[in-house]
Design a protein around this ligand. Sequence first.
Ligand code: CAA
Length: 246
Amino acid sequence: MKGKVALVTGGTGGIGTEICKALANGGCKVAATWLKGVDDGDGWLAKLKAEGFDFVIVEGDVSKFDSAAAIVKEVEAKLGPVDILVNGAGITKDGFFHKMKWEQWEAVLRTNLDSVFNTTRQVIEGMRQRGYGRIINISSVNGQKGQAGQANYSASKAGMHGFTMALAQEAASKGITVNTISPGYVATSMVMAIKEEVRNELIKQIPAGRLAKPEEIAWTVAFLADDRSAFITGANIAINGGMYMG
Ligand code: CAA
């Protein structure tokens, strides 16, 4: 993957940051997206610079098609055509379905699933023309098994893998692989936001007995982005400490 251009949506988040680092360590030029009012892009960039990483950050809302188009345009102007796209932007708005508001459903579907269309659509034609591409969608164990309190999130994450399987078939002959990674519960602010007693019950359901480390997810992204993974496409790689084996 040396010299390849990678775009990581949600790149300033808990898992996203480690993905950016792993791709940079593999020799990629890496751009991360961040969203004003939600993330601290400049603070993140400065922190990572102090650690020796030279990333590009682009502000924008991948849940909106025009914003995603502007993001990709800016990345391409700064780094060149996108070779590796990691769809990592995601949110939760948990609640039992009988109490769920349309806004909770809509926000999660827009950010987690529409964003996959919005960003991938910007890069797919160029990847086809150049005969190379890696698209990696960060889904969730809860897209595979479902989770009480997450009808919106589980639907969005299951939808991501449906997208992966369809596009993998369309793009395979053009040197493009499309894969899903389904992390279990990872030690990030998203999981730490779950009420402590609920979280402890969830951890009891993980045979490994602990949360995943973000770098354990990033490692698999780098593996899929590697040139030697060219024959892996349409896969859904579970990284959940044994929580679910579907
Ligand atoms: N299945 C069925 N019923 C359940 C249940 C479950 N798993 N858990 C709780 N209930 C019941 C309770 O027994 C209770 O019943 P009564 O009203 O009859 O007493 C009722 O549901 C209400 O439970 P809570 O007090 O927990 O309800 P709440 O409104 O305070 O909280 C919730 C609801 C926000 C959904 C909370 O249960 C929760 O946070 N659950 C965890 C959801 C989760 O796993 N989120 C993952 C976030 S991280 C992530 O998404 C990353 C990733 O990819 C893994």
